[in-house]
Design a binder for this molecule. Structure first.
Ligand code: ADP
Length: 612
């Protein structure tokens, strides 16, 4: 019982969310239930009347009732199919809603929470499994069947109670006494209680078995999805697979998955088949008992022969409805097990402090950023990635961060952009802890190009404006600055050309071209602080030199921070910070650091050997 309540708690919350997303969906489903039930039960009544009319030779009435029966069925069928057509469209809306909710939540949560592997796994899990289990469309369909079945049970039970209350013409014989209201009510009550009891037993037994199967195989869809989409259908993986001859190993993996899947579904279907058999057995017993009761009522003339068909129909409906309730409840529980995780994800609170302080708008770009004894370790990790960082970013200055891989440079930028919060110490903007500022307003200060920049399969202009208003002159200027104008000019529809071939027939671009467009996007934002985190990794040396020579111009009047693996490109920066194992071990101008003969010189000399 506990579990049934838990399932419906999840189910009703989902229904409420669906209703908030689209107010039409649930009313249309309810309408379909009403039409379907009305068609069934009106037909039962009309058939009963028709049989009686025929038996009594009232042919005119029989004709009217036949016409009414046909008419009711016709109208019912039309109405049900109309709602079905509407539902088909709306079901897709509901199916998509889950992805929209997921995205909304993902976008609204702080980056730190999102990057947490556990959370990333929760997102992927919710997405894949809810899809595999029919998502919200399935929840809606199951609830429709359950509601309809519950209403059908109420209607049919009321009819059968009505049948019990009918009185036989006489009261002398045993059968006539048995057909009296009280004994028949007692008989029906016992049959109902017996049916409920044994159905409950069947439900518990088989639902436990299904649950065991289900739980033992959780995550199966994730593995299947990974193999199919990330390995078999992924072009990049395709290259590696061929070059390393991994085909046999992967086919072995896939076969093992198919075997598991077969065993799972085979087992699941076997349990379902046995559930159906047990329910059918119970149903048959109940039907036999009910037929006897109705027959006794007819024989004792408590009801007419016509009414016999009506009550037998009602009892059939009752049996079917009970089976549907049990079956759908088990399926709903399976879907809700996944959906519960999804709702838990939606309920997750971010760990960041959400500041509210307004940002002082300064035309002169005088935003002074200071790291005050900042140390940081990633959530769940014990090792400090940054240790006691103290530094001031000179307004409108040029700062370069250099150091070996893993020294903490990107992490420094992530903290600065408030994607993560310092574990110790603080970062201030014009003397105020950055956590106090409104997050969005604070982030507006930065134009960042990360090494793993991402362009979307949208038009060029959408990629560059990235949500800001379109201004073609400004876009072309940004493209010129990023040395990408020629690339776009060569495209068939220039700024309106789509990138990649996902959504439209777009153009494929090389990594270097994409990087330049990403650079233009950062410049278009025109923020007071420009951060380039190894933005030229995909560029050839000539293009790279070109970008660097333009860097001064790109960040004219702004503060520029800059991570590069190419030491020579840092020379023109006012200050160079040398990172090593999470600490700033040297700082100063190129000349100063070079003269020092320390780590910077070591890095410089090491590179000079390759680029000499
Ligand atoms: P750099 O930019 O200097 O190459 P990073 O700042 O990217 O260095 O990384 C510094 C250290 O932090 C590395 O040891 C890296 O493995 C670790 N690290 C980076 N990102 C994460 C993360 N999301 N979770 C845990 N550790 C991370």
């Amino acid at each position: 019982m506990h579990e049934v309540i838990a399932t419906h708690r999840v189910g009703f919350r989902l229904l409420k969310k669906i209703h908030e997303t689209d107010h039409k969906i649930i009313p249309v489903y309810l309408l379909q239930i009403v039409f379907q039930l009305a068609q069934t039960y009106i037909s039962l009544f009309l058939t009963a009347g028709l049989v009686d009319a025929l038996r009594l030779g009232e042919f005119r009435q029989a004709v009217v009732l036949t016409a009414a029966l046909l008419g009711a069925n016709l109208v019912g069928t039309v109405l049900v199919s109309l709602t079905e057509a509407a539902i088909r469209g709306l079901r897709n809306v509901a199916g998509l809603a889950i992805f929209v909710w997921l995205r909304e939540k993902t976008f609204s949560m702080d980056y730190e929470t999102m990057e947490n592997p556990e959370v990333a796994e929760k997102i992927a899990f919710s997405e894949k499994t809810s899809d595999a289990y029919g998502s919200l469309g399935m929840v809606l369909a199951l609830y429709r069947d359950i509601f309809q079945a519950v209403l059908s049970v109420i209607l049919s039970t009321s009819m059968v109670i009505w049948l019990c209350l009918t009185r036989p013409v006489g009261s002398g014989t045993f059968l006539e006494r048995l057909a009296g209201p009280l004994p028949s009510l007692l008989l029906f009550g016992c049959a109902l209680a017996g049916m409920a009891f044994f159905s409950g037993k069947v439900f518990v037994k088989f639902s436990e078995k299904q649950k065991a199967y289900f739980e033992a195989n959780t995550g199966m869809e994730m593995r299947e999805d990974y193999l199919l989409n990330q390995v078999f259908l992924n072009e990049k993986a395709g290259k590696v697979i061929r070059l390393y001859g991994m085909q046999d190993m992967l086919m072995g993996n896939a076969e093992a998955e198919v075997k598991k899947s077969k065993a799972y579904w085979g087992g699941m279907f076997d349990v379902m088949r046995r559930t159906i058999q047990a329910n059918n057995g119970l149903n048959s017993l109940f039907t036999i008992g009910s037929y006897l009761l109705v027959t006794v009522k007819v024989v004792t003339k408590a009801i007419t022969v016509g009414a016999f068909t009506q009550y037998v129909g009602a009892l059939n409906q009752f049996g079917n409805a009970c089976f549907i309730i049990i079956n759908c409840q088990v399926r709903l529980r399976n879907v809700c097990t996944y959906m519960e995780k999804f709702l838990a994800f939606l309920d997750m609170e971010g760990s960041h402090v959400k500041g509210t302080r307004a940002l002082e708008e300064r035309k002169d770009g005088a935003y002074e950023l200071v790291f005050e004894d900042v140390s940081f370790r990633y959530p769940g990790s014990r090792d400090y990635v940054l240790k006691h960082i103290d530094c001031r970013l000179n307004i409108r200055g040029r700062m370069a961060l250099v150091g070996p891989n893993g020294a903490g440079k990107t992490t420094f930028i992530k903290l600065l952009c408030r994607l993560y919060e310092p574990t110790e110490g603080r970062i201030t903007l014009n003397g105020v802890d950055i956590r106090e500022y409104d997050e969005e307003a604070y982030r507006a200060l930065f134009s960042v190009v990360f090494q793993d920049f991402k362009l979307l399969a949208f038009s060029v202009w959408e990629n560059i404006t990235a949500g800001f208003e379109r201004d073609d002159d400004k876009i072309w200027k940004a493209l010129e600055q990023a040395d990408a104008a020629d690339i776009v000019k060569r495209m068939p529809k220039q700024l309106d050309t789509y990138l990649y071939k996902y959504l439209e027939d777009g153009v494929e671009i090389s990594g270097g071209e994409a990087q330049k467009i990403a650079l233009a996007r950062a410049l278009y934002k025109d923020a007071p602080v420009v951060i380039l985190d190894e933005p030229t990794a995909a560029l050839d040396p000539v293009a790279e030199a070109e970008v660097y020579s333009r860097f001064q111009e790109m960040v004219e009047g702004k503060t520029g921070i800059y991570i590069s693996h190419r030491m020579s490109s840092c020379q023109f920066c006012d200050e160079i910070l040398v990172f090593h194992e999470g600490e700033i071990i040297e700082r100063g101008s190129h000349e100063k650091l070079h003269a020092l003969g320390g780590k910077y010189t070591e890095l410089w000399d090491a590179q000079a050997r390759y680029y000499a």
